[in-house]
Design a protein around this ligand. Structure first.
Ligand code: PEP
Ligand code: MG
Length: 296
């Protein structure tokens, strides 16, 4: 069984119509690159940048971030790497940002909300990403988006960062900007969001907790915290339809992306990228291969 799966590592899974389904890795640090490549990752669908910020006693510098994102891009070229901008809140405080005490951190000042309020945190990250984008395969996505204005304000900030890099003569390139779809609000305005961005990535971990109103960390409501619940599946389908109709890529980077029982439905909905823990990659490829075989 293990050997049979190993055969799928360098395999490129395709839908019955020939469209490639990108099976990518979720990573939290550069140390995980080798294992992801060995598992057959076709790029990175989610690079969580929180660890970069939590590892040190100070905010990571723009230079240090630019080096990290460039190393990631080079390791997976020509496959894309999707870097998620900082997604942190009061439940995981970090040095350099003053978080308020909150009754409900999951409904509070986190992710894109905090970043837009703290340009001294956000701008160095955006500049580092613009610099790393000269490698050609860097994409960027925003976490916890619930209002289209958050995307527009981020674009303005990116323009500002680009202008500053121009002024300083620092080389950079533009990157594709996407949003995570992980709040019910984002699902409900997905058709409008799709006109603003290059791709969607569905974050089922948070989307499930917010659709079901069931804390993802609370074992007492774990039964409700189920991505296969019809309400969550409907939200995923609405997102996929909005993205497909707008002609943008729709992917998924929550844990559900690696579930063999759900992958056939996600592919049928039109998702063309599934990003997961490296260990889940070979089996996911096998599931997609079998799906195409049956349809052919
Ligand atoms: C998600 O919410 O599904 C996701 C991928 O992000 P995280 O688990 O880091 O919140
Ligand atoms: Mg999330």
């Amino acid at each position: 069984e293990r050997e049979a799966l190993a055969g799928f590592r360098s395999f490129t899974p395709k839908r019955a119509d020939g469209t490639v389904i990108e099976v990518a890795a979720n990573l939290g640090s550069l140390e995980e690159i080798e294992a992801a490549k060995a598992a057959g990752a076709m790029g990175v669908g989610l690079f969580r940048t929180e660890l970069l910020f939590m590892r040190h006693m100070h905010l990571p510098s723009e230079d240090m971030q630019a080096e990290t994102y460039a190393a990631l891009a080079k390791a997976f070229a020509p496959y894309p790497v999707i870097v998620r901008t900082l997604d942190i809140g009061g439940d995981k405080p970090i040095t350099g940002i003053d978080f308020p005490e909150e009754e409900n951190p999951f409904l509070g000042w986190r992710g894109i909300r905090m970043c837009l309020d703290r340009p001294h945190v956000f701008k160095p990250q955006l500049k580092a990403l613009l610099r790393a984008a000269v490698h050609g395969n860097v994409k960027v996505m925003l976490p916890m988006v619930s209002d289209i204005e958050e995307v527009r304000r981020t674009k303005t900030l990116i323009d500002e960062c680009a202008a500053e890099l121009d002024l300083d003569g620092v080389p950079y390139a533009r990157f594709d900007l996407g949003v995570m779809i992980e709040t019910p609000a984002a699902v409900l305005v997905a058709p409008a969001l799709a006109k603003e961005v290059a791709f969607f990535s569905i974050g089922t971990n948070d989307l499930t907790q917010y659709v079901m109103a069931a804390d993802r960390l609370n074992p007492t409501v774990a039964a409700l915290n189920d991505v296969a619940n019809p309400a969550v599946m409907a939200a995923i389908e609405m997102t996929a339809r909005a993205g497909v109709e707008a002609g943008i890529m729709v992917g998924m980077c929550g844990e559900a992306a690696g579930r063999p029982d759900l992958i056939p439905r996600f592919v049928e909905m039109g998702l063309t990228e599934l990003s997961m823990s490296p260990a889940s990659i070979p089996r996911a490829k096998k599931v997609i291969a079998e799906l195409a075989g049956r349809a052919a």
